[in-house]
Write a protein that binds this ligand. Structure first.
Ligand code: GTP
Ligand code: MG
Length: 198
């Protein structure tokens, strides 16, 4: 799929105030600093449509970006470590949870995992929580430019194996990406396109 238009629509902290158009949407979630906002920019081919930072905790609201006039990408705050106060973090957590529980337009969420880090309990727990709440998701392994191809394969195999040995009977769909060199762009956009057309 080709991206012909991408526009920022709104940011807010209230799920009830998100755009009320009945268009499918895809949300990016994962630990702070994993590369959610960078990946959105890479997918749409824009340097700073979504705001990014080396400092964890940059994205603090639910951000809707309208793509090709007929679907949305949603950038969310990260969970886990973020350089913000405990009180602020609690507020994010509340509306992230509400977003996943209440947002009818959400058709698939992408859980981003930094390919350099050991599998993290917080990601595993979040995926389990999505499963319990009936939210379909795919995993995106980010920052693939940081590893050699053999190491990427090992990491992904081990990660999926661990999912199968713990919570899951079937592996979720997964993608390997790098926003630095655009790895995974076509695969991810084709995946979204296939869901949009289903
Ligand atoms: P929060 O909004 O704080 O939750 O973070 P985020 O998940 O949106 O991460 P963001 O996109 O802001 O990126 C965090 C840092 O990782 C920035 O310094 C990015 O330049 C860097 N980064 C993101 N994607 C990649 C990637 O594919 N490769 C490399 N090498 N660095 C990346
Ligand atoms: Mg962000």
């Amino acid at each position: 799929m080709k991206i012909t238009s991408a526009e920022f629509v709104m940011s807010n902290s209230d799920v009830a105030k998100c755009p009320n158009e009945p268009l499918p949407e895809y949300a990016f979630i994962g630990r702070s600093n994993v590369g959610k906002s960078s990946l959105i920019n890479m997918l749409v081919g824009r340097k700073s449509l979504a705001k990014t930072s080396g400092r964890p905790g940059k994205t603090q609201l639910i951000n809707h970006f309208k793509i090709n006039q007929n679907w949305f990408l949603v950038d969310l705050p990260g969970y886990g470590y973020a350089r913000v106060s405990k009180k602020e973090k609690k507020v994010f957590q509340k509306y992230i949870t509400e977003y996943f529980e209440k947002r009818k337009q959400l058709v698939c969420s992408f859980v981003l995992v930094d390919i350099r880090h050991e599998p993290q309990p917080i990601d595993m727990e979040f995926m389990e929580w999505l499963g319990v709440n009936g939210v379909s998701f795919a995993i995106i392994f980010t920052k693939a430019d940081k590893l050699k191809p053999g190491a990427i394969r090992n990491y992904v195999d081990t990660y999926i194996q661990q999912l199968l040995e713990t919570a899951w009977e079937e592996a979720p769909p997964y993608f390997v990406t790098s926003s630095a060199n655009r790895t995974g762009k076509d695969e991810l956009l084709d995946y979204i396109d296939s869901i949009n057309k289903a």
